[in-house]
Design a protein around this ligand. Structure first.
Ligand code: SF4
Length: 298
């Protein structure tokens, strides 16, 4: 997984070499956010409880998504002394769209508040690099928790809920203190999580078009119900009005895709950072877990 906030390839780590299987019909009812965020995990960014970790730890390069270069580990020129962004309300106008689509999956506040007990990289520059490395690790593990907790909301995946719960407990524990975090290899965990996500979709996704890893950039597509779009490129695709219910979107690249009037309400493994770089509006139906549509859509 990249830790750069540029809009370069941003695929998830659980996408590789997973085997497609036959599926059975699942008619998922949208669940409310409380049900979806089972086990009370805090898997969405809350900048108000973070010490600006992403604005320091990550790097980006001048591009259509960023107005200037920033090296990893250096504070952004727009970061204020109280860890707030000075241009927060005008990021897009200032050429910083990359910042508006970033999601740490709650890693920022967990590292800031729990693992480092409110200490800032400013307070203790000697430990800053360790803090940034821990932020990367927690973010990666929290992204995996995002997918795993979704599986626990999928009724058809009930046969594997026990195994998934064990893994959720394990990853939650691994992000609970620094010793535990340093005892796991975050880069190895996708190989543990990936097969379970594959099993979940095998149990829950009806048969649909196979577009796994397909290059669909710029294409006009509408009939994508239950499609396997895992790791597919949909960059700039015209998906207006598309039926994406029960589609597997794990790792699909939706940057610049037009999702107006598209229905993703029961799509699998959709993340906030995946849909934010797409184009949508009030007619786009997103999974309930994502909450409100990105503010720049309206
Ligand atoms: S522009 Fe604002 S949100 Fe983006 S990295 Fe800089 S301080 Fe953070």
């Amino acid at each position: 997984m990249t830790t750069d906030r540029s809009d370069a390839d941003d695929r998830v780590p659980v996408e590789r070499d997973l085997v497609q299987r036959n599926v059975v019909q699942s008619d998922r009812e949208p669940l409310d956010p409380v049900q979806r965020d089972v086990m009370g995990l805090d898997l969405r960014s809350d900048c108000s409880r973070c010490v600006g970790l992403c604005c320091v730890a990550l790097g980006f390069t001048r591009s259509s998504a960023f107005a200037f270069d920033k090296r990893p580990g250096t504070p952004c020129q727009n970061l204020s002394g109280d860890h707030r962004c000075r241009i927060h309300t005008e990021l897009r106008e200032r050429g910083m769209t990359g910042c508006t689509v970033y999601e740490c999956f709650g890693g920022g506040q967990k590292v800031s508040q729990l693992l480092y007990a409110g200490r800032s990289w400013r307070d203790d520059p000697a430990t800053a690099s360790a803090m940034f490395a821990d932020f990367h690790a927690v973010q990666n593990l929290h992204e995996l928790l995002w997918y795993l907790t979704e599986v626990l909301t999928i009724e058809a995946a009930e046969p594997i809920h026990g195994d998934v719960t064990v893994l959720v407990d394990e990853l939650t524990g691994a992000t609970g203190d620094l010793d535990a975090l340093h005892s796991v290899d975050p880069l190895a965990m996708p190989d543990v999580v990936g097969p379970l996500l594959e099993k979940a979709v095998a149990l829950a996704r009806p048969t649909g078009p196979d577009h796994r890893r397909a290059d669909l950039a710029g294409r006009r597509l509408t009939d994508l119900r239950a499609a396997d779009l895992r790791s597919a490129s949909l960059m700039g695709a015209d998906l207006r009005g598309a039926d994406l219910r029960e589609a597997d979107l794990l790792g699909a690249d939706l940057r610049g895709a037009d999702l107006r009037a598209a229905d993703l309400s029961t799509a699998f493994f959709v993340t906030p950072s995946q849909v934010a770089p797409a184009r949508g509006d009030a007619t786009t139906r997103l999974p309930g877990r994502l909450g409100a549509a990105p503010s720049h859509w309206v």
